[in-house]
Write a protein of this length. Structure first.
Length: 284
């Protein structure tokens, strides 16, 4: 499968959260925060420039920005475009981020990228995946793509560590491909993985986790530079207060979220460091 060509558009508008799912929503009920009310800003997501090398089949390098919506924004919220547009978008700011419900997350706005393999795979760790085929959602993703490149950079390994790279478009599709044995492994956003396995419980017996990448600061709600400081402050207060009201808390928990906490652009320094390491290793 080949990488999708990103849409060369930047949105400065807002959408209703229940109607703006993350990429997996191509499948029924695939929204990360599908139970939440209220307007959420968009963010422009600049894609990492993927270089070809060796004999591995790699995705084409995306050259333009595309729209990233709530739950989809990965490194797009923390990195400026590689090339300035003719009419560049105004600066963006992070407003708040979710805290996933589980002791694993320690009450922090983080997630992991869980490395999954087919249940009957002989692989027991990352080191066993050399030469395996690898599925990732898309080249604009931190959780499924950049974090993998960062691990390879840490190991001083090239992209040919994996025999093949398959762009699936969505985390759920990557899970299905691993579950069926079509690919050897994939890194899945841990929050998305748990939700996906609850919706498709049969896959719990078809995949297993052999490693985790991260943690990474979780995708934020963001505002474009067109939003006033007072509007951003109001939205931040409203979103953070959702976890304080029983009727909202119950709906949050349906999406495995305890609540939201304030974040800013500096909260995503970890992702910028991972990106810098991958670029220094000429992996993107």
């Amino acid at each position: 499968m080949v990488a999708r060509t990103p849409r060369a558009v930047v949105s400065a508008g807002t959408e209703t959260l229940a109607r703006v799912p993350y990429p997996g929503a191509a499948q029924p009920g695939g929204a990360r925060f599908r139970h939440l009310p209220g307007p959420l800003p968009h963010a422009a997501l600049p894609a990492c420039h993927r270089r070809r090398g060796g004999g591995a089949r790699t995705p084409d390098a995306p050259r333009k920005r595309h729209v990233a919506r709530s739950g989809e924004a990965g490194r797009g919220a923390v990195r400026l475009p590689v090339r300035p547009a003719v009419h560049p978008a105004p600066p963006r700011g992070s407003i708040a981020a979710p805290v996933v419900s589980d002791i694993r997350y320690g009450g922090r706005p983080i997630y992991f990228s869980d490395v999954i393999v087919p249940r009957d795979s002989p692989a027991g760790s990352w080191d066993d995946l050399r030469g395996a085929s690898w599925a990732y959602n898309e080249a604009g993703s931190h959780s499924g793509y950049l974090v993998t490149l960062h691990r390879l950079a840490e190991m001083a390994e090239p992209a040919t560590y994996f025999s093949r790279w398959d762009a699936t478009g969505f985390h759920e599709r990557s899970i299905d491909m691993v579950a069926s044995g079509a690919v050897g492994a994939s890194a899945i956003d841990s929050h998305v993985l748990e939700i996906a396995l609850r919706r498709r419980p049969e896959n719990r017996d078809r995949v297993r986790v052999v490693d985790e990448l991260g943690p990474s600061t979780i995708q934020p709600l963001v505002a474009t530079g067109a939003a006033s400081d007072s509007l951003k402050s109001d939205v931040r207060q409203i979103v953070i207060a959702l976890g304080d009201r029983p009727e909202h808390r119950e709906r949050l928990q349906q999406s495995l979220v305890d609540g939201f906490v304030a974040v800013d652009n500096e909260s995503y320094a970890d992702i910028r460091r991972m990106l810098a390491a991958a670029e220094a290793a000429h992996l993107c």
